[in-house]
Design a protein around this ligand. Structure first.
Ligand code: GAP
Length: 470
């Protein structure tokens, strides 16, 4: 796969011009709140509200479906967040998992050097250069104070395990899920009886003490990853697997509704590659704050399994009975963020349009990702028989999908509320329903309405969901 998208940020408009639009919708409608808000919040940690947790769970389910359920060569794993501390020495994270940090001599605020205005696009060598701040004339973006020379800042969170807090009891909160899949490689291989090529996936929390978190849930200190490690024969087969996984992962975002024009690929320059990577390409999305990484696809070679094998004395090789060869597999990794993916789907689904002189806001979320699949609404809440029929339809739907009943406003307003949270279908019960047993299904995107028999609502919704599923 070639990198065919040399688009400049200016040539592609974001789905939402101002990030605040999404931040305020998220807070107002219960997608995402600042963590510990009544204590003033804690920087770079966010809580998912009732709708946000549904959206993120749906994103994770959709990913798991495409990576495990629909494949015969990939299995799941849920390794611990805390691992033997030596894992992180061997993996290179204790030595190399760091960002360049500079500090203002006046206000003592700390910044990631490559995020300062005027320092974007610096090479890895330049970011390590002690004289770079002076040479570029960089100043503190807050108070224009003098900045220190860059130093490396390790991003791993440390804690202590057990009752004694000393050097020997230090453990780390994992900064990636990947290492669990490497150290459990032999156990998973033995238990699953898979043959190479095969993959191990994990979804789980990771932690990074980011120097400059921000842009809402884009960069957090506690976040969730969805990572796959695909074990392949060394050399050319690994390169070929990389070329297959890259478009497949990009296509996954498109299948769930992300505008292909707002996705592009960016290959890491040799001096930008992470310590483990032979090749890395980011799938980037055009966020309101620029083109940024959504997911990374990496060819990690045999770095991880060789290092863990050397460090432990455990052989992590693979015997191929067909060719009678023994080798250390290479790894192609697809590393996505559950929060970043949910955030992207949310931004990309945002729509504003004029309808009868009013602004209609809707989230055109893929039905699989929408928090509620259907809302059941009474046209007249004063009529007990209408409300009762609504509850019966909703209870029937709830056995299969997330459904909600709402009667707290007039019907027009109820539709707008559901549009704004991305509910693909509304079912309305009116006086006529009591006579002919028919109800209205309204489509979120087209606003088209159709009459259907109340007894068929569940199967219609279930069929439509199945038809929409990639
Ligand atoms: N195992 C390889 C690895 O962790 P990465 O590019 O550092 O690679 C993979 O991270 C993905 O995890 C990113 O593309 C992003 O979606 C997500 N991610 C990384 N750091 C994050 C952060 N601070 N906040 C939210 N998501 C993050």
């Amino acid at each position: 796969m070639t990198l065919s998208d040399p688009l400049e940020p200016e040539s592609v408009a974001p789905a939402v011009a101002d990030l605040d639009t999404i931040v305020s919708l998220s807070k107002r409608r219960g997608f995402v709140f600042p963590s510990s808000e009544i204590y003033g919040g804690i920087n770079a940690v966010w809580d998912y509200g009732p709708l946000g947790v549904e959206l993120k769970n749906n994103v994770k389910r959709a990913w798991w479906r495409s990576m495990v359920q629909l494949r015969d060569d990939i299995v799941g794993l849920d390794a611990g967040i805390l691992m033997h501390p030596q894992v992180w020495v061997t993996s290179g994270h204790v030595g190399s998992f760091s960002d360049p940090l500079v500090e203002c001599g006046t206000c003592h605020r700390r910044f990631r050097l490559d995020e300062l205005p005027g320092a974007e696009g610096l090479t890895a060598a330049e970011l390590r250069d002690e004289g770079i701040v002076e040479r570029l004339g960089l100043r503190c973006p807050v108070d224009d104070g003098p900045l220190s020379a860059p130093r490396r800042f390790n991003l791993m969170f440390q804690t202590h395990m057990g009752p004694v807090q000393d050097e020997a009891s230090i453990v780390y909160l994992r900064p990636e899920t990947a290492q669990g899949s490497y150290v459990d490689f032999k156990s998973v291989l033995g238990a699953s009886r898979k043959k190479i090529p095969f993959g191990i996936v994990q979804i789980g929390k990771s932690f990074r003490n980011e120097i400059s978190p921000g842009n809402f849930v884009f960069r957090m200190r506690e976040f969730e990853q969805m990572e796959m490690q695909y074990f392949v024969r060394p050399g050319e087969p690994a390169a070929a697997a990389f070329e297959e996984w890259l478009p497949r992962r990009r296509a996954w975002y498109e299948a769930y509704g992300v505008d292909p024009g707002r996705l592009r690929l960016r290959e890491h320059a040799p001096d930008e590659l992470a310590h483990y990577a032979k090749k890395a390409v980011d799938i980037e999305y055009r966020f309101p704050f620029g083109w940024k990484e959504l997911e990374g696809v990496h060819n990690r070679g045999d770095f991880d399994l060789s290092r863990h094998s050397e460090a432990t004395g455990e052989s992590l090789d693979y015997f191929d009975p067909a060719t009678e060869e023994r080798f250390i597999p290479w790894i192609v990794e697809t590393a996505a963020g559950a929060d970043r993916a949910a955030f992207t789907f949310l931004i990309d689904a945002y729509r504003e349009e004029e309808v009868r002189g009013e602004t209609r806001v809707s989230l055109a979320l893929h039905p699989e990702l929408a928090p509620y699949k259907v809302a059941v609404l009474p046209l007249l809440k004063k009529r007990a028989e209408i409300v009762e029929l609504c509850h019966r339809i909703k209870a029937d739907l709830q056995r299969e999908v997330m459904a909600v009943y709402d009667d707290t406003a007039a019907i027009g307003k109820l539709y707008r509320r559901q549009d704004e949270i991305g509910t693909p279908w509304c079912v309305t019960v009116d006086v006529g329903s009591l006579e002919d047993g028919a109800v209205t299904i309204r489509d979120r995107d087209s606003m088209a309405q159709e009459r259907v028999d109340a007894g068929r609502v569940r199967s219609i919704i279930v069929d439509r969901l199945a038809a929409a599923r990639p």
